[in-house]
Ligand binder design. Structure first.
Ligand code: 0GY
Length: 304
């Protein structure tokens, strides 16, 4: 019998009965940002974690994939598992080639371990700069890791808050790989889509053609929040202009994902069916939708 974990107080569990989206996903659509948590009894959470989540297993993730109409997943290592990638790797291996992974590794990772992650389906590493989630890792360690994984053809996923972009700019623009930004660099939507902060993010993508963005997490970025329970399905509308701007300007460098099981949400847990219905508001033409959901993730994660 494995270890029993107690969830962080106030932890919101994922939405148990998501609605069926009205938006029909194109064939081959990829949920390019999601996680597995444990189960803790099988894959213990890391001692250095900043939160203890509910369990969210691979079987539950694959059931959600099928319910929403996705064909594939990209499973991103969550900070609650530290650099122990076993739960994510187990899910990738069990997916029959329908999941790829993004790992967290330390400088001590061996070449054989990197090869084994590659064989399991890992195609990137995640560098996290969100201070509430991780302890500081020296930049020289991250750059060393980036140099090693570049040789495998992998990319770097970066997670940071918009206010920290100026300070991180030089490091990010020195990375030798493709660079994928989580959640549009977490803009403060109150500052406006034409504000200086988001303008800097757009400049980052415009000037650096190796930078991609996930146009994800309206539920995390929204101030206006979900709709009232009145059957209205146009949720999180204050985030729409931000995501739409990125999709329109960089249609070949955007990805979309659910972020299931939605760690660290404090106010509400989104209905994942409603999140899928957000997509046609930000990618308004069938061509944009196909690139966002199929062509781009396949190019990045299933090139081989
Ligand atoms: C996300 C967002 C968060 C958490 C993590 O790995 C994680 O713990 O990514 C967050 O708390 O904002 O992308 O899932």
């Amino acid at each position: 019998m494995g270890e029993t974990f107690v969830k962080t107080p106030g932890w919101l569990d994922w939405y148990a009965n998501p609605s069926k989206p009205r938006f029909v996903l194109p064939p081959g659509a990829v949920d390019a940002h999601c996680h597995v948590f444990g189960p803790g009894a099988e894959f213990p959470f890391a001692p250095e974690r900043k939160y203890t989540p509910c369990d969210a297993s691979k079987a539950q993730l694959f059931a959600l994939r099928d319910h929403l109409g996705f064909a594939r997943n990209v499973i991103v290592q969550a900070t609650c598992h530290g650099a122990d990638n076993r739960a994510m790797v187990d899910a990738c291996l069990a997916s029959g080639g329908r999941a790829r992974g993004v790992a967290t590794v330390r400088r001590s990772v061996t070449d054989a371990e990197l090869q084994s992650l590659h064989a399991a389906g890992v195609r990137g590493v995640r560098f996290n700069f969100v201070k509430r989630l991780v302890d500081f890792t020296p930049r020289d360690e991250l750059m060393e890791i980036a140099g090693r994984i570049a040789q495998l053809g992998w990319h770097v996923v970066i997670y940071f808050e918009a206010v920290d972009l100026p300070e991180l700019w030089e490091f990010f623009t020195s990375l030798p790989t493709d660079v994928v930004v989580d959640h549009m660099g977490r803009p403060d939507v109150r500052k406006g889509v034409d504000g200086a902060e988001f303008a800097l993010f757009l400049k980052f993508m415009r000037e650096h053609k190796n930078v991609w963005s996930k146009v994800t997490c309206p539920e995390r970025l929204s101030v206006s929040g979900p709709p009232a329970l009145n059957g209205e399905r146009n949720a999180y509308r204050d985030v729409v202009p931000f995501a739409r701007r990125v999709v329109e300007e960089f249609p070949d460098r955007v990805l979309w994902g659910t972020d299931w099981p939605h760690p660290n949400l404090k106010d509400h847990m989104p209905d994942d069916g409603l999140l899928v219905d957000f997509i046609p508001h930000i990618a308004v033409t069938p061509d944009q939708q196909r690139r966002l959901l199929v062509d781009n993730p396949l190019r990045l994660y299933w090139a081989d």
